[in-house]
Ligand binder design. Structure first.
Ligand code: DC
Length: 235
C-alpha cells in the first residue's frame, strides 16, 4: 500500500475543461509530480516525425514507443520538463504537426500498452497527479482520488476563444464552439480509450468557478482521502 501522503490523483474530462492548468497547480500545491500522459504520446509522435517514419504503421510505432525513453522532470516553478531520450522537448511537442500525429499514434494499441506501462511505474511511486484520457480506468484504476472535470460547452468554448485571442489568434467564437462540439463527439465515441467518467470519479462542474476554487476543492478532497487512509493504516 502507498504512503497516505503520496496518493494518486487522476484527472480527466472533456477538452477545454482546464485539466492541465488545474492538474499542474494541484501538483504544485501538494508537492506531487504532474504526469501529463498526453505529453508522452506527443513525445513518441515527435520522434516518429523526426525519423520520417510512417505514423500509421502500428507495428513500427509500437516498437518505437517501447524503445523510447521518456522522462518527466519536475521544475521548481511547478512546470514539468519532458525529456525524449534525454533531450528537452517540452516546447517541440506543442506544434500543430505533433498534435495531429499524436492523435494518430495514440490510437495504436501497442503504443498505448508501451506508454501505459511507463505511466504505471510512475503511478506506483505515488505522489502524482495524472492527467489523461485513460488514467482513471486503465493506467491507475486504483487511484485514491479521481476527478472528472467538466464545464458547459459554452463556457469551455468561451475559455478557449479568450485564450486564443490572447495568443493573437483571430477566430470567431462560433467556430471555436463548433470545433469543440465535434471534438466532444469524437472523443466520446472513439473505439480506443473513449472519454468516459469512471463510476467512482467525483465530477466537478467548473462552470462559473475560478481556477483557484477548483484547485482548492481537489486539494481538499486529496487531504480528506489522505486522512482517511491514515486512519485505516493506524486503526
Ligand atoms: O492531451 P494532449 O492533446 O496533449 O494529448 C495528445 C494526444 O494523445 C491526443 O490525441 C490525445 C491522446 N492521449 C491519449 O490517447 N491518451 C492519454 N492518456 C493522453 C492523451
Amino acid at each position: 500500500m502507498r504512503r497516505p501522503n503520496s496518493i494518486v490523483i487522476a484527472i480527466d474530462g472533456p477538452a477545454g475543461a482546464g485539466k492541465s492548468t488545474v492538474a499542474k497547480l494541484v501538483a504544485k500545491r501538494l508537492g506531487y509530480l504532474y504526469v501529463d500522459t498526453g505529453a508522452m504520446y506527443r513525445a513518441v509522435a515527435l520522434k516518429a516525425l523526426r525519423l520520417g517514419m510512417d505514423i500509421n504503421d502500428e507495428v513500427m510505432m509500437s516498437q518505437l514507443a517501447q524503445m523510447t525513453d521518456i522522462a518527466l522532470r519536475q521544475q521548481s516553478d511547478g512546470n514539468v520538463q519532458v525529456l525524449l531520450d534525454g533531450e528537452d522537448v517540452t516546447e517541440a511537442i506543442r506544434t500543430p504537426d505533433v498534435s495531429e500525429a499524436s492523435s494518430v499514434v495514440s490510437a495504436h494499441l501497442g503504443v498505448r500498452e508501451a506508454l501505459t506501462a511507463k505511466q504505471r511505474l510512475l503511478a506506483e511511486q505515488g505522489g502524482v497527479v495524472m492527467e489523461g484520457r485513460d488514467v482513471q480506468t486503465v493506467v491507475a484504476p486504483d487511484a485514491e482520488v479521481k476527478i472528472f472535470l467538466t464545464a458547459s460547452l459554452e463556457e469551455r468554448a468561451k475559455r478557449r476563444w479568450l485564450e486564443m485571442r490572447q495568443r493573437g489568434v483571430d477566430i470567431p467564437y462560433e467556430q471555436v464552439l463548433q470545433d469543440l462540439k465535434e471534438r466532444d463527439e469524437r472523443d466520446s465515441t472513439r473505439s480506443v480509450a473513449p472519454l468516459r467518467k469512471a463510476p467512482d470519479a467525483v465530477e466537478i462542474d467548473t462552470t462559473g468557478m475560478t481556477i483557484d476554487e477548483v484547485v482548492d476543492k481537489i486539494v481538499e478532497l486529496a487531504r480528506q482521502k489522505a486522512i482517511s487512509l491514515k486512519g485505516v493504516k493506524e486503526g
